[in-house]
Design a protein around this ligand. Sequence first.
Ligand code: ZN
Length: 343
Amino acid sequence: MTPCAFEPRFYERAAQRHLAKLVGKPVFVNVRWGLTGAPATRGEIDAMLVRDGRVVPAEVKAHRVQVETAREVLAKYARLGFRELVVVAPEFTRAAVTLLGGSDAPKVEVVWFVPVLDEIAAFYASGWQTFVPGWVQEALATGGHHVRFLLTRPSTSGHLVIGQPRSRVYDTAMIARIIRRLPSPPARVLWTPQRFTIPRDLIARGSRVTALGGFVPVDIDGDRLHQAYHACQAGSAGGCEHCLRYALREYARLAAALPDAAWVGVVRSGGRGVHLYLRDGVGLRAWLLRTAREARIRIDVNVSVSAKATIALPGSLHAGTMLPVTPLERGQGVPIGSGARAC
Ligand SMILES: [Zn+2]
């Protein structure tokens, strides 16, 4: 029997949206909670609901909750001094339900939640290719890009990531065919913006593949920019709006600091920010990273520094928020244009 478990980040996002639906308004999510210390070192609360004037924390578990886990969760929230708690999971053992139900401090509401994976499969079964920008379609046609899939549920052998099963992927129709054969719908579809000699071997340990040029991705997450002021908010549909606003502001700073850069595309990540693409060139990575460091622009360095980095395929779905990774156009607060050129 497949264990009742989901990919943790996918399940957490889906559960946060479910809670927002239950209370009928957005909830605060991934809240750093504590009275002392820097925000980064404080414990995290998966979601916080405001109900009848009271703040109620929620703990999200992406797997079946057994009595040991239930005991740890109760101890954590008793220590933080909360009198009420919501625990969300796809399944609870009978002993865990008894323990949680018998708790007085905090008093616990148990929420059983199983995401509807058919909605994700339906997205990839019809017309999703129209979300994929032309420059991505052209890039895929070279057959040099690696595509991999982060599953919503672990496979029977326990894998959460599956690399492309064919030696080359040339178009979105081929990606759709691979998705239909996955053991569960993908939480994310990832690609390497860089082309490779042997793309399929990219995922293999110790593989020696040669990068052939392509795009350098830049990932800007809004939550890191605004978490010192306030936590992210999630509604029943989509992600945190504050994140997009902050990420776009940071992008505007980066675009101003790199006036000669060849920006190819700007997409909303579907999660907490934006992904930018620059056409690769000699010394570009070093120039980008140095400029960002000197101007103190908060980009995810890990994504830009490695030619082998993977990032969400534009046009694919962020299954946690159910938002497609879509291009942002001019006029959406995006400063693409001045000093920048599209290809
Ligand atoms: Zn946010």
